[in-house]
Design a protein around this ligand. Structure first.
Ligand code: NG6
Ligand code: CA
Length: 511
């Protein structure tokens, strides 16, 4: 009861503060926010969501002490659109967000509203550490000069990035505007079209590889692993994949230490458990599932280090942690790392059908936990929520009035996110490879496409069910959680209504 009263008071006082007389940025109680954004982590991949074959004690501790969501979603079944939505509060398709190459320009315009900018209006200091994959610069980025616009131009005060993905060049870190450790006499060149420079490639020199890869991942070899794209130069700046957990943790912790006395937002964006999965040697063999499981153990260790640091700094009580993933799980995503062979009884997607890329539930339904020790009591919530809703909900919490059109697909569901209510969204549109689907309560409708020939060709090599077809699909998740019985034929009226709803949300937004 005390917590509820306290929270209501806090929220109300912050809202009151947002009017002219009091400066909210001076309010002591404003909570810190850390979003721990794991890459490709499936619903069933952590202990508190049913994992076998890997233990995740730190994440399980979060789940035990916070709100554990069972129907929470990324906005899309792939990375770039999900990240775009998390940071802007709008669907990726509104800005044609799709999986970006490593040399793509910045997808979010410096003129756009963003979650970190909104929090800065409330006095927060902001940082992003880890995977970016939202593009950098304009046109052809020159990696040897100031790389901008980037995170600093869209609301982050500090950034330390893995620019795209672990499997894409350039394989260097970018801190604020600069590549870290670059030798000006050995300039970086990147191409996604043709081979440049003398570095070996996977297709020419397979004997140099530590892991074999598919054709797309067989270009420039760095650290014994071939990547997507070609890269020349920058030898002194090349990353070592096995160092990711320590380097990203160190950068995140330094940010926490520097900002412990004032409200901050840290977007802690993990490389794990994306491919290539090359965990640090101290995590090898710590699961029964090979590199994919060991990468989960490594990721859980990173979570634990942050929690420990918050406790040591004395700021854990008033820090909100949101732990979640950018899309569902995938076993083989281009490298032969035995993920399929060693999965055993473990179910990466839990009971859900599909995987990363898929319109079925597993594409976007991801483990999602919110903790806030001083305010939030442990509870399980089956509310339908989206990562896009963090934006409007946080705005409410910190007393920022959103501008007209800002975060247009984001709902203020603060009470639900902090476990005070079980009321979720009425509708949630989802993007997956090739198409759109919509949830309305327990109904799931997947819109048909004219022809499956519209799907990108690389997807056919995948052993995942994309879920999109040329037939309408309707599932009743209340009795068919694994989407096995397509009942579209029996419910033509509902199919029509949900198809119209998709078109309405696309053209006008949610009403
Ligand atoms: C795909 C890659 C895949 C992965 C994905 C991005 C191929 C065949 N597949 O295009 O390996 O990199 O992009 O993953 O190239 S995500 O989690 O960042 O969306
Ligand atoms: Ca991803």
């Amino acid at each position: 009861m005390y917590r509820i009263t306290c929270l209501v008071f806090l929220t109300l006082s912050l809202i009151a503060c947002s009017s002219d007389d009091v400066d909210v940025s001076k309010t002591h109680q404003k909570p810190n926010l850390i979003i721990m954004y794991v890459d490709d982590l499936g619903y069933g991949d952590v202990g508190s969501y049913g994992a076998v074959g890997v233990e995740t004690p730190n994440i399980d501790r979060l789940a035990k002490n916070g709100v554990r969501f069972t129907d929470a979603h990324s906005s899309a079944a792939t990375c770039t659109p999900s990240r775009y939505s998390l940071l802007t509060g709008e669907h990726g398709f509104r800005n044609k967000a799709a999986i970006l190459p490593g040399d793509a320009p910045l997808l979010i315009s410096p003129d756009q509203s963003t979650l970190p900018k909104m929090l800065k209006r409330a006095g927060y200091t902001t940082a992003v550490v880890g995977k970016w994959h939202l593009g950098l610069g304009v046109d052809d980025v020159d990696w040897n000069k100031d790389i901008k616009p980037g995170p600093l131009e869209i609301g982050f005060d500090y950034s330390f990035l893995l620019p795209a993905t672990g499997d894409r060049v350039p394989t260097v870190y970018v801190e604020n505007h600069r590549v870290v450790g670059l030798d000006p006499k050995d300039l970086i060149q990147v191409s996604y079209q043709e081979k440049i420079g003398n570095r070996a490639t996977g297709y020419e020199n397979p004997e140099q590889l530590r892991v074999t890869a598919d054709a797309q991942h067989s270009k420039t070899i760095v650290n014994g692993v071939s990547r997507i794209g070609y890269m020349a130069g920058g030898e002194s700046a090349l990353w070592v994949d096995e160092e990711f957990p320590d380097i990203f943790t160190e950068k995140a912790i330094s940010f926490l230490r520097r900002n412990k006395d004032k409200p901050f937002f840290l977007f802690h964006s993990f490389h794990d458990i994306h491919v290539p999965r090359l965990p640090n040697p101290r995590f090898i063999g710590k699961s029964t599932m090979g590199p994919r499981g060991d990468a989960i153990v490594q990721m859980d260790w990173m979570v634990g280090e942050i929690i420990k640091e918050l406790e040591q700094l004395g700021i854990a009580e008033n820090t909100i942690i949101i732990f979640t993933s950018d899309n569902g799980p995938i076993l083989d995503d281009g490298y032969t790392d035995n993920a399929e062979e060693m999965v055993g009884a473990h179910k990466p997607a839990g009971v859900f059908r599909g995987a990363k890329y898929s319109a079925f539930e597993a594409g976007t339904r991801v483990p999602t936990i919110l903790t806030w020790p001083s305010m939030v009591k442990p509870v399980e919530s089956d509310a339908l929520v989206s990562q896009m809703d963090i934006y409007a909900s946080m705005a409410k919490l910190v007393g920022v009035d959103l501008k007209e059109g800002e975060a247009m697909d984001s709902f203020d569901i603060l009470d639900t996110l902090i476990g005070q209510s079980k009321k979720g969204r009425e509708y949630l549109l989802k993007e997956s490879i090739g198409g759109l689907s919509v949830r309305q309560k327990n109904w799931k409708y997947i819109a048909p496409i004219k022809s499956t020939a519209e799907l990108p060709s690389w997807i056919y090599g995948k052993k995942v069910e994309i879920g999109i077809s040329d037939m309408p699909q309707l599932y009743d998740l209340s009795v068919d959680i694994s989407e096995q019985q397509n009942i579209a034929d029996k419910n033509p009226q509902l199919v029509k209504t949900l198809q119209a709803k998709i078109e309405e949300i696309v053209s006008e937004g949610y009403k």
